[in-house]
Design a protein around this ligand. Sequence first.
Ligand SMILES: Nc1ncnc2c1ncn2[C@@H]1O[C@H](COP(=O)(O)OP(=O)(O)O)[C@@H](O)[C@H]1O
Ligand SMILES: [Mg+2]
Length: 273
Amino acid sequence: MIVGIDIGGSTTDAVLLTDGEIVVVTIETGDPFAAAAGALGKLLSTVGGRLGDIESVAVSGGGARCLEDHLFDVPVVKVPEIEAIGVGGSTLAATSSALVVSLGTGTALVSVQDHVIEHVGGTGVGGGTLLGLARHLLGVTRLDTLEEMAAVGDLTRIDLTVGDIAGGPVGIVPATATASNFGKVRADPRPEDKALALVNLVAEVTFTLSITAARARHHKDIVLTGKLTRVRSLRERLEALRPHRRENVIIPPYAEYATAIGAARAASSHRPR
Ligand SMILES: Nc1ncnc2c1ncn2[C@@H]1O[C@H](COP(=O)(O)OP(=O)(O)O)[C@@H](O)[C@H]1O
Ligand SMILES: [Mg+2]
């Protein structure tokens, strides 16, 4: 058995790949070693396995560098995060060519072209921004509270649209497109409107960057991964942006565990036979 562990900035995910089945556990990242050890223990107790059943532990994510070459006597294989994202996203979406976007604490864009995996770029706007601004702007700490607020928010009270400025569409841009996020400075939005505008800001920045990068790299498929894909209101904003583009935007099953799954798959394909 090969276990994949992604020690991220917010959460640590561990996955076990067995024949056709994926078992996952998640814990919050504190100390990277404790997070990896805790995730491995939780995974084993979930499947009723023993440490001796595990051939190797493939680790990736920002915290991976803090691990030694063994974790409780099991060999540790370090998989570069970009490779893990690329392998994970493309295998989950069953494609050999795609732009894989990791929507995590921050956002990373990875091009997969057959077996060539390249880091295209990214932005610091991501899940951490959503949580950080929710706290600073609204005093809200919990994602579910933010989601409840966003569900009844109204963007017309806070975002400036192209139609607000130009009175109609401009060139290829429809009147309803955002001209300026949070740009309606003469209105007094409610906290719920701010919550939705925040979710929308993160969705629009990451989506438009993804579309631009996909076009630059001639990718038709964009695969979205990372835990931010799990935030319902954000997913809804992404869905709303999707129909106007010629690219296919895919959120595959297990998208939130793509990096851990990619680490395990990359390590198993490198393994000497
Ligand atoms: N249950 C959850 N716990 C923590 N963060 C979550 C959860 N669901 C969604 N998120 C969002 O996902 C982001 C972390 O995504 P993740 O893919 O785990 O990134 P990383 O690998 O950088 O830790 C958080 O910043 C938060 O906005
Ligand atoms: Mg992660």
